[in-house]
Design a protein around this ligand. Sequence first.
Ligand SMILES: C[S@@+](CC[C@H](N)C(=O)[O-])C[C@H]1O[C@@H](n2cnc3c(N)ncnc32)[C@H](O)[C@@H]1O
Length: 256
Amino acid sequence: MKARAKYQTWIRIRKLLIFLVISVILLIVTLLPINLYLRVLSGFLSLPFIYIAFLLSYSVYQFATFGGNYQSKIHDLIVAKVIWDGEGKILDIGTGNGSLIIKLAKTFPNSVLTGIDYWGENWEYSKAQCQQNAEIEGVNERIHFLKASASELPFNDDEFDIVVSCLTFHEVKDRRDKTEVIKEALRVLKPGGVFVFLDLFMDENIFGDEKELINNIKKHGISELNSSKLAEEIKLPKLLLGKKVLGNAMIFDGRK
Ligand SMILES: C[S@@+](CC[C@H](N)C(=O)[O-])C[C@H]1O[C@@H](n2cnc3c(N)ncnc32)[C@H](O)[C@@H]1O
């Protein structure tokens, strides 16, 4: 049987399991023949855990290929924004299990691609899985996967024709100011090159004021910058539009 690529969703299964297990334990306590006060307390305490476990499970279902397939659809949206002749180099920052970069490799058969990721222990992605996925999809010869941090890219200025990134800048822990991480991504893009960044840019706690963020990026040698809310670009199920899921997601695309 032909092996299938494993992309995983953006929801960590470990995290989901923790909330599920705590919910079940608290619910079991409510059924035990113990002090009524403790049983009621346990019942109340279980409510937020049940809600989060439900939200995480629902998100897994909607993001996965066996459900709504929204993760793949969102990557398709990013690929569609790459208006390009296809000759040259692409960089994907925070490549995860390689889903987006593999789509780009298939769309642009003459391109040479690099996917970087920190692949920290708290994520369920790995370089080995990226390489295996690329091999299964028949594009491994053109994609190079590299462990590096988005905060300090191991590339020269103006090296890539295309730079993309999906839901990664907000995760970068080794730079407090996330605008600096965006500037680092733009540093390695050639003048005239195309960038497409999707992230939780509307979350003020992470990226600060949205207008200020856009002005800051514009000052960084950008000739064109378009911004749009993800929810305006693709119809998403209502629960995915919560602030804790994709409610703050925006796409910045343009040219250096
Ligand atoms: C929500 S996942 C998105 C993965 C992938 N872009 C996708 O759309 O499927 C966030 C990714 O950011 C990566 N990441 C976290 N900190 C990073 C850093 N400092 N440098 C590069 N990647 C990082 C994680 O390993 C993870 O793969």
